[in-house]
Design a protein around this ligand. Structure first.
Ligand code: SF4
Length: 370
């Protein structure tokens, strides 16, 4: 059921007009940005905390506010077929439209918009693009909390970035309505979408959302947009890692997204409301990868562990290693203009003509606008 909350600690001067809503006969407003479809009385905020009814109009409280900027490797998003080896300016705001019990960014996703509490700073779209250019980051990632809920800000930054040749990357749970999706993705060059499980029961009980809307988003990006797509599933022992569920997920993936969309299985560590569940054993990641490859998926990776074989991109024709990785390290690179350097077979994704520098690791760099 939609939940609306009163959001404290925000003054009218701090809000921007929101989009994707309608006034209701009872004086509430209906937000149609995500499938939660919150109905808010005057003064109430939606489930995500950052959209609020003020005097019969919906406002967006996250516009211009970042919880902090960092430069990450693109592999950390994770994206393995999108300009590998490059840095990406990464940031988020506050709040979330899902309620994942295992959230690994819960300090941000459950933060209400109290400027003091969340440490939010004001940045215009041009400030953000300027920072990416100053850091020599060819891409900006909208991440840490779900960019769907601050779509107005994402869209304005993405347009400014596109004009200046900077790429846009969305890291998202894909929980967005048909109505808002086309504009959100219009200037998105790449997306990593979480597929949190392949069970409606898991989505409903563990994430407070629904599977079908996410599957629709995945199909839509793959078939109706120009956005490069990769998918991530965090494997949680005993919750979404059974052979039957993984086999059904892989079959759906192959039939609906095709064999060339990369799939990442990443390791869970105990967090937030799931501290009683153990970390994912490496053998679970390897088992999931084997199931997905048996279903015909060509680019299946494991993450949050050291596993060079499970993180390397292999040529789909000659099977030789093309991009070697060990966590965020790039250990080997044998692509030429997006194709295998040995047999010339093309690799799906977006690749630069520039040679990629090998690196032994990567340290997150915190940065601030000028
Ligand atoms: S975006 Fe936020 S306010 Fe709008 S429906 Fe989703 S959770 Fe509710």
């Amino acid at each position: 059921m939609p939940r609306a909350e009163t959001s404290p600690n925000t003054s009218p001067a701090e809000a921007t007009a929101a989009r994707w809503w309608s006034a209701q006969p009872d004086g509430r407003v209906l937000c149609t940005l995500c499938p939660r479809l919150c109905r808010m009385a005057d003064g109430q905020a939606g489930f995500c905390y950052i959209r609020q009814n003020r005097g019969g109009k919906l406002v967006q409280l996250g516009y211009g506010r970042s919880t902090g900027f960092a430069v990450d490797p693109i592999e950390k998003k994770p994206l393995n077929h999108f300009y590998p080896g490059t840095p990406v300016l990464s940031f988020g705001t506050a709040g979330c439209n899902l309620g994942c019990k295992f959230c690994q960014n819960w300090d941000i996703s459950k933060a209400k918009l109290d400027l003091g509490e969340a440490g939010l700073r004001q940045s215009t779209p041009d400030d953000v693009v300027d920072l990416a250019v100053a850091q020599q980051a060819p891409s900006i990632a909208y991440t840490y909390n779900d960019p769907v809920i601050w779509a107005e800000y994402v869209i304005d930054i993405a347009r400014a970035a596109r004009r200046r040749g900077v790429n846009n990357v969305l890291v998202t749970a894909g929980y967005v309505t048909d109505e808002a999706r086309p504009e959100l993705y219009a200037d998105a060059d790449a997306a990593n979408v979480d597929l949190k499980a392949f069970s409606e029961d898991f989505y409903r009980k563990t994430t407070a959302s629904h599977l079908d809307a996410v599957l629709e988003t995945l199909k839509w990006i793959r078939h109706n947009s120009n956005t490069w797509l990769e998918v991530t599933t965090l494997l949680i022992p005993g919750h979404n890692d059974g052979d039957d569920e993984l086999t059904r997920m892989a079959a759906w993936f192959a039939a609906n997204l095709g064999p060339d969309v990369p799939l990442h299985f990443t390791a869970f560590h105990p967090d937030f409301k799931m501290t009683d569940v153990p970390a994912t054993p490496p053998e679970t990641l390897r088992r999931a990868r084997a199931i997905a490859r048996a279903a015909g998926l060509r680019y299946v990776y494991v993450g949050n562990v050291h596993d060079e074989d499970g993180q390397t991109t292999y040529c789909a024709r000659c099977a030789r290693p093309l991009i070697g990785r060990d966590w965020y390290a790039i250990t080997h690179f044998a692509l030429e203009r997006g194709a295998c350097a040995h047999c010339g077979h093309p690799v799906p994704g977006r690749f630069s003509a520039e040679p990629v520098q090998l690196r032994s690791g990567f340290r997150r760099l915190r940065v601030t606008p000028a």
